[in-house]
Design a binder for this molecule. Structure first.
Ligand code: FAD
Length: 387
């Protein structure tokens, strides 16, 4: 049986305890602002996926977490990226490029970062609580959000709601801010792996080329000295994935000791992407994947979300009723820049005709390996696009 309860009040309600929503809540709470986070999962998420964080993101997150927590997180400084293809092994990002660019990417376990932000919260997080809708005044402005937690229904009174509830954002739909999303042509199968023993701090990418047509690459990205995330980047093909997976196992991917047996049990993502035409109205604002879901290309999504949080905190604390406009004025351009990585990846994927994409990827890989100046430029672009 459902019971409607009254009760809570907050200056800002954030729906979704993603990396962006939680860091925004920390920044607001620290400034003495009352904030409540509504999250459908009862506890911090335990998902696996690789997540590179760039220096600007790391330095802001460091201001939100105590030094002890930061030490326990053990974010791993990545020393390079090596690509294996039919022609050999290529270091496509190396120490020299990092030195030249001054950029040190950190490889992280995303669930651990979110858990640290969750467990150190000095604000209420309503875990296991679903956003159900808004209560509005006669002009359409938000007055409260309706929340369901188990068999209880209640409202949290607020004039400001921030949606960090992911690419499919229920808040965005309820606020009349929805927009069509595009399907990314690649999908991602994720598994736990071990770092390559000889280069335990390098990311490794194996390109099977035409031998397994449905797999563009298999990546292994260490996030701790002994642990790594594995990622199979898959293309649409005629064959069932079980069959493709069997071929992959038999092909003995050079840097993967053994692929997990049961492909069906592994997390499988088909990213959606798009950019909201407006970032908010009537007291509702969108951030992170709710505003601009992207593909993993360029390692941008989580970094964009944290950059949104930083600007939103400032706009909420200092721009009064114009907080959405102030936030959008700063964030639309950098978010558009970050989306270019998805556009480029998609262009090559869509034009996968007559070996053109494979030929270009070979040419680019080999060139990149020979030119640390190209590597440094690419690193700088990925590390700064979202700022
Ligand atoms: C394979 C892969 C690799 C990636 N690699 C990188 C990388 O290297 N670097 C990078 O920066 N990004 C990367 N990303 C992207 C990154 O993970 C996302 O962009 C980022 O997690 C988005 O964070 P967010 O805070 O915006 O939202 P999310 O993390 O999606 O959080 C949304 C939250 O909202 C909650 N929610 C949803 N609906 C409701 C509801 N009705 N009520 C209450 N709560 C709700 C969900 O439970 C969830 O906790 C990668 C993504 C993938 C799939």
């Amino acid at each position: 049986m459902r019971r409607m309860m009254g009760g809570m009040q907050a200056d800002t309600v954030i729906v979704g305890a993603g990396i962006g929503g939680l860091s925004l809540a920390h920044a607001l709470a620290r400034a003495g602002h009352s904030v409540v986070v509504v999250e459908r999962n009862p506890s911090p998420p335990m998902f696996i996926r690789p997540e590179l964080l760039w220096p600007a993101t790391v330095s802001w997150l460091e201001t939100l977490l105590s030094s002890e927590i930061r030490r326990n997180l053990e974010w791993l400084p990545l020393e390079g990226i090596r690509v294996t293809d039919g022609d050999g092994v290529w270091e496509t990002v190396g120490r020299e490029a990092m030195k030249r660019s001054g950029i040190q990417p950190l490889s992280t376990h995303p669930a651990r970062t979110r858990q640290a932000l969750w467990e150190t919260a000095a604000f209420p997080i309503l875990g296991g609580a679903l956003f159900e809708g808004f209560e509005r005044d006669s002009r359409g402005n938000v007055q409260a959000v309706r929340v369901r937690q188990g068999d209880k229904e209640f409202v949290v009174e607020t004039r400001r709601v921030v949606a960090d509830d992911g690419a499919q954002s229920p808040v965005r739909k309820a606020a009349g801010l929805d927009f069509p999303l595009h399907e990314f042509e690649l999908s991602f199968v994720i598994f736990e792996a071990k770092p390559f023993p000889e280069f335990p701090r390098h990311g490794h990418l194996w390109r099977p080329r035409q031998t397994i047509a449905e797999v563009a690459a298999v990546a292994v990205i260490p996030y701790a000295p002994e642990a790594a995330m594995g990622l199979a980047i898959c293309l649409e093909g005629g064959r069932a994935m079980e069959e493709v997976w069997r071929d992959l196992k038999e092909a003995r991917v050079p840097h993967v000791a053994s692929l997990p047996e049961n492909f069906q049990k592994l997390p499988h993502y088909v990213p959606r992407w798009g950019h909201a035409p407006v970032y908010g109205k009537n007291g509702v604002g969108l951030m992170g994947d709710a505003a601009h879901p992207v593909s993993p290309a360029g390692g941008q999504g989580a970094n964009m979300s944290v950059a949104d949080a930083r600007v939103l905190a400032d706009a909420i604390l200092h721009a009064g009723d114009c907080w959405v406009d102030a936030y959008e004025a700063v964030r639309r351009r950098p978010n558009g820049r970050s989306m270019r990585f998805t556009h480029v990846a998609r262009f090559f994927q869509k034009n996968r005709l007559a070996g053109f994409t494979t030929g270009f990827a070979d040419w680019f890989t080999h060139r990149l390996a020979r030119h640390p100046s190209w590597q440094a430029r690419l690193l700088r672009q990925a590390a700064t696009a979202f700022q």
